[in-house]
Unconditional design. Structure first.
Length: 202
């Protein structure tokens, strides 16, 4: 799946081509699920544009799609702005995609799990904490995938993937990666054509 756009995408994505790419990605996601008897897509959402685009594509297939938000709370003084944006997109998706009963949103605080790693002799840096958070999220996402007979859908874009800007066995782990052939700037092009992603994310 990570190469599904190789025969479609030979140049930098233009606005006029975005609709064709979106349709192609949706068809390929659906075909992959049906061919492999997969019941659901599991998408780890963060409130960022990459996971928002990935969620939107999966939800449009008609296959059951689970948006899983796994924050480390509390980490904001007032409110969780990321979750507010996720809620906005989730409500928009249920209106526009035509499959409102097939989209689900779960939230789980990973603070207790992550903090347990700091107990004992380990002295964790901020980078180490970040890696532990990413790997904890992936462990939980695969647990959801097992329970719902699903697959974990990666949200990495081409810019991140080619630079190695991800955590090994964390956000770098996935079963399929529908947007991995698109640079970050192209993700914005796709997002603008998907009419469910809030402006606060774009």
């Amino acid at each position: 799946m990570s190469n599904t756009t190789s025969n479609l995408k030979s140049a930098f994505l233009q606005d006029a081509d975005a609709e064709n790419h979106i349709g192609y990605l949706i068809r390929q996601l659906k075909k992959y699920a049906l061919d492999n008897k997969i019941s659901s897509f599991i998408v780890g959402v963060s409130g960022g544009i990459d996971s928002a685009v990935t969620l939107s594509l999966c939800a449009r297939t008609g296959i059951r799609t689970y948006a899983i938000y796994l924050p480390y709370l509390p980490y904001m003084p007032d409110k969780d702005k990321n979750f507010e944006d996720i809620i906005l997109q989730f409500n928009a998706l249920k209106t526009v995609v035509g499959y409102p009963s097939n989209i689900f949103l779960y939230q789980r605080n990973i603070k207790n799990i992550v903090d347990a790693f700091a107990e004992g002799p380990l002295i964790l840096s901020k980078v180490a904490y970040g890696n532990i958070m990413a790997r904890t999220r992936m462990v939980l996402l695969y647990d959801y995938a097992k329970f719902y007979n699903g697959i974990v859908v990666g949200t990495s874009n081409k810019s991140e993937y080619e630079l190695g800007y991800f955590t090994k066995w964390g956000d770098g782990a996935a079963d399929i990666r529908p947007i991995v052939n698109y640079y970050k700037t192209e993700i914005f092009t796709l997002a603008k054509r998907l009419n469910d992603i809030p402006e606060t994310i774009i």
